[in-house]
Ligand binder design. Structure first.
Ligand SMILES: Cc1ncc(COP(=O)(O)O)c(C=O)c1O
Length: 346
């Protein structure tokens, strides 16, 4: 059989030759003990690019979100999030099970929390209530299909939070996809949040890692929490080196992934307009509705896998396709042919 066309996720991207070369010659300091020059360089670069004072390197996006929640809340109070948030739905309850906070899931549209619901949900601390201790946003929003939060929305959320003395954290696993889609520097988006994390291991193609960015005081508070959850690494320069190359060389090409996603969405729409609305595709994620077909998501992904196309079942009624550096127009066209063939058999 031909090579599998892997559209499950952008985390399957392989490191570039420049990344592998940088990894071989990276400094080998103990990041947890005395610090490592390469890790420090990555953290400084991440901070500069997001317009924050400091950064903290960790192994995964899940860990950066968890450490952000711990550092912002000190294990108390209620966290407000949009109900499709990755932190809520895909991080195995770490928010409550590890960070010890409770949460309220708010309705939203294309990943943006409904403003009225947010205003109603914000609660002050009282004799009988911890109150709201954190508001989380997510951009791009994975569950909503790679949508980009409008800057005006982020500004509104941040202003409301500031008015109540509540910090804001943004899960920006694909933050640079959002910046490329909006055609603004990442710092323009990050000005509307107190902390932000992003992954170098997704479309940016580095093998490992995420960076949490925020004020110096916040990052110093985050450091012991990173250690608590096992995220203090040793000769991490080896992997951080690839992260630096990712930030220096891989951001501009994300627009190619957005273009292939649009091509995929247009092709699927041509097969049946009920599958997806190409106008809604902003970045590299295409979520399609298969609820009107006789197959559920697991059956669809099994059928496509037989044809050499790997996709992620979302819930039982949707499939997720993610474009990335190893997916060009040819792969998209092959995926569309396979999908169309399967579609005609049902
Ligand atoms: C929006 C979002 N946040 C966080 C994560 C978690 O990242 P990781 O897989 O590195 O833990 C992901 C992973 O896909 C994500 O899409």
């Amino acid at each position: 059989m031909n090579k599998i066309i892997d559209l499950r996720t952008d985390t399957v991207t392989q490191p570039t030759a420049a990344m592998l070369a940088a990894m071989q010659t990276a400094t080998q300091g103990d990041d947890s003990r005395d610090g490592d020059a390469t890790v420090i360089k990555l953290e400084a670069l991440a901070a500069t690019m997001t317009g924050k004072a400091a950064g903290l390197y960790m192994p995964s996006g899940t860990m950066t979100n968890l450490v952000a929640v711990l550092a912002h809340t000190s294990r108390a109070g209620e966290v407000l999030l949009e109900r499709g948030a990755h932190i809520l739905n895909n991080e195995l309850g770490g928010l409550s099970a590890v960070a010890g906070v409770y949460y309220k899931a708010l309705p939203g549209s294309r990943g943006a929390i409904d403003e009225t619901a947010l205003r109603e949900a914000v609660r002050p601390m009282t004799r009988n209530n911890f109150g709201t201790s954190l508001i989380c946003m997510e951009t791009t929003h994975n569950g909503a299909g790679g949508t980009v939060l409008p800057l005006a929305h982020m500004k509104m959320v941040h202003a409301l939070a500031q008015q109540h003395g509540i910090p804001v954290h943004t899960d920006g696993a694909r933050f640079f996809n959002a910046a490329v889609a909006l055609d603004v520097p990442a710092s323009t988006i990050a000005q509307h949040t107190d902390s932000v994390c992003f992954c170098v291991s997704k479309g940016l193609s580095a093998p490992v890692g995420s960076v949490l960015c925020g004020s110096s005081a916040f990052i110093e508070r985050a450091r012991p929490f990173r250690r608590m959850v096992g995220g203090a690494m040793r000769q991490a320069g080896s992997i951080a080196a690839a992260g630096i190359v990712a930030l220096e060389t891989m951001i501009d090409r994300l627009k190619d992934d957005h273009a292939t996603a649009r091509r995929l969405a247009a092709g699927l729409h041509a097969i049946d307009p009920r599958l997806c609305d190409p106008a809604g595709i902003q970045t590299n994620i295409v979520r399609i509705d298969i609820s009107f077909t006789v197959r559920n998501a697991a059956q669809w992904s099994a059928a496509l896998a037989q044809a050499g196309i790997a996709v992620s079942p979302g819930d039982s009624r949707s499939l997720r396709f993610v474009t990335h550096r190893h997916i060009g127009n040819n792969e998209i066209d092959q995926a569309l042919t396979a999908f169309s063939t399967q579609f005609k058999t049902i």
